[in-house]
Design a protein around this ligand. Structure first.
Ligand SMILES: Nc1nc(=O)c2c([nH]1)NC[C@@H]1CN(c3ccc(C(=O)N[C@@H](CCC(=O)O)C(=O)O)cc3)CN21
Ligand SMILES: CC(C)C(=O)C(=O)O
Ligand SMILES: [Mg+2]
Length: 273
């Protein structure tokens, strides 16, 4: 075992991620929710795979991340872990499985680690969930924080607008980032905050800060893989760069198939027994 797997590829660890921040090498992170996608993303060389609770939106078609369950997250994580040889795999603990009860938080984190084989968990929030984060860390489970736009508390805010524009909110976010570092989180995601402020946060903590809509002056970037591949064309926030238009590619392939079935072009002799 150790840091090598059976194919002798050197696995990404929290230690390596920390070294990357120190030597100013940017960290690449994408989501994946299933075996096939995780295999592609891992083999391409991504540093971190996030089994995000965005699976609630992207996989299940819900409007928010709130409905996805711990069992469903473990199912996605288990499939991802089976495909991954190199990347560090982080799993979102879903809404309702860690807030306000540190014993439940620990139980949820342990279920994720035991049942999926993932390497770390991610939770949304700062001082409000301090006890939960401390309990999970005390069990030896690495924790990634998530501050700024925290989709699990969307109904508290009512909108997905940019966060920490006001002095008060920015002050709390910076304090939360320092708190998460102090209690032992190995990294923090910052979502949808001004780039100038994200830079200050990244410079104020020694652990890696991964941005999504947080500008270039952080230690790494994360996107939802279906968004950046253009599979899902509904979600186009300003921070998204589409690296492909797979929806168009997939639509054409399906239409070609339908045409060939209808016209008896498929299957041909070499495709038959
Ligand atoms: N497909 C997908 N991609 C994501 O990045 C993602 C999810 N799902 N689900 C969970 C969270 C929710 N996230 C979000 C959601 C909305 C915006 C956003 O900017 N929405 C609007 C603006 C809304 C407003 O200004 O009030 C937009 O411009 O699309 C950003 C991140 C990021 N996460
Ligand atoms: C957008 C990222 C950071 C996330 O939390 C998710 O995909 O669930
Ligand atoms: Mg999430």
């Amino acid at each position: 075992m150790s840091v090598h797997n059976s194919s002798n590829i050197k696995r990404i660890t929290t230690h390596i991620l920390q070294e990357m921040k120190t030597r100013e090498e940017k960290i690449s992170m994408l989501t994946a929710y299933d075996y096939s996608m995780a295999g592609i993303v891992d083999a391409a060389g991504i540093d971190i795979i996030l089994v995000g609770d965005s699976a609630s939106n992207v996989m299940a078609g819900h409007e928010t991340t709130l409905p996805i369950t711990l069992d469903q997250m473990i199912y996605h994580a288990t499939s991802v872990v089976r495909a991954v040889k190199r990347a560090f795999v982080v799993v979102d603990i879903p809404f309702g499985s860690y807030q306000g009860n540190s014993s439940e938080a620990l139980r949820s984190a342990i279920r994720i680690m035991k049942e999926s084989g993932a390497h770390a968990v991610k939770v949304e929030g700062g001082s409000e969930i301090r006890e939960s984060v401390v309990r999970i860390l005390s069990a030896g489970v690495p924790v990634m924080g998530h501050l700024g736009l925290t989709p699990q508390s969307i109904y508290k805010f009512g909108t997905y607008t940019v966060r920490a524009k006001e002095e008060e909110e920015a002050k709390k976010l910076l304090e939360d980032a320092k708190l998460l570092e102090e209690i032992g989180c190995f990294a923090i995601v910052l979502e949808k905050i001004p780039a100038s402020f994200a830079k200050i946060v990244a410079q104020s903590v020694t652990i890696p800060v991964i941005g999504i809509g947080a500008g270039p002056d952080v230690d790494g970037q994360v996107l939802v893989v279906h968004d950046m591949l253009g599979i899902n064309q509904e979600f186009k926030p300003r921070f998204l760069r589409q690296y492909a238009n797979l929806q168009a590619v997939m639509t054409k392939a399906v239409q070609d198939y339908i045409r060939d079935v209808k016209s008896l072009e498929f299957p041909n002799e070499s495709e038959s027994y």
